[in-house]
Design a protein around this ligand. Sequence first.
Ligand code: HEM
Length: 357
Amino acid sequence: MKVSLFFSLATIFVSSALASEEDNALRGKRRLDVQDAIAIVKNSVRALIKDDPANAAGFVRLAFHDCVGGCNGCLCTLNPDNNGLAPFVILLDPTVNEVKDSELSRADVWALAGFTAAEVAQYKKNYIPFPLEWIGRVDVEECSTGDIAGLLEANCDEFPSPNLATPGLLEFMDETFCFGNEETTAIMGAHTLGEARPENSGFEGIGGWVPNMNKLDNQYYQQVLLSGWKQIFIDNEDPIPDRYQWIKGGNGPTDKKTFMLDSDLAIAVDFSGNLKPTGEVTCPLQGRRSCPFAGLRDLAVEYAQDNELWVRDFQKAYAKMLVTGYDTCDVEGCTAESPCVIGNENILDGENCVACN
Ligand code: HEM
């Protein structure tokens, strides 16, 4: 009798100690106010971009890659399409840790880094804000508990091929992000930032898609619509695949060399039926028998003429992209001052995306 009383008391003691540990853990988790956490992330991302303006491109690309297959705070370094992104995970890691006692997940921090980078990379005058309207993206378990090495090997998704003609580009963006023609055209303008490196992707894109690769503006559309693109072949060493790409310029110090992928020019020109799996395009861009214009070209012309129109449409498409996999239907009034907590259910599980955000 005495023994069982002892065990009951001990059980009560242990379980109440555990309960208060849980309470403390929960309280601890919420110790950092979400607005303070957001300010910490934004400041640290701004500082990293001030140190090196090229970091803006890396953060914008990291958030996109995280959200292919649903935003979940993981990056698979086993997939060569993610080459070049690990340094940005590592750059953000101290900030992820600094805010781990807040409601921001790693995926939220990566999304906020992408938004902040898009803000910072604009010209200061009349810049368009990229607010974090949703928080609560769920990190996949391997990523939230593992070290950086574990984090980097989880969750391998498929990325779009750079050898896409217009229909393939539209199909990928529709299936992955529920994007229509306008959103697809607008999102591709992200390539106004950054460059492609031979050691990452096998493309010779050092120096960028546009003359000023650290500014988020509509130069990409102006470039895409120019004539004079020349196709070149790049013979890479294994495991990097051989590539076909487009180049222009480079004839003298004032003539900057820029480049494009097939999937970039696909917003202006439709290569369908004239594109080999290797990326080689068999129709000329000019003259008789040239490749036909793409259906997206008129939108590209509008964006080329109106920077503000493009940045606004890009902001909407990027915000939608960075909640991929979550149910954001029927919730309104989410703002930077009062972000909404995202539905935790991963609505991409059934291969269907829901276009209601
Ligand atoms: C068909 C779609 C796309 C393809 C095939 C594609 C492909 C590529 C490739 C091959 C690179 C070069 C990587 C390297 O060599 O380091 C790159 C860089 C980049 N991509 Fe994309 N991309 C696509 C869509 C997007 C989207 C939707 C975004 C953002 C919303 C984006 C943002 C970027 C940025 C900012 C860079 C430069 C990164 C840096 O300089 O660090 N891309 N992309």
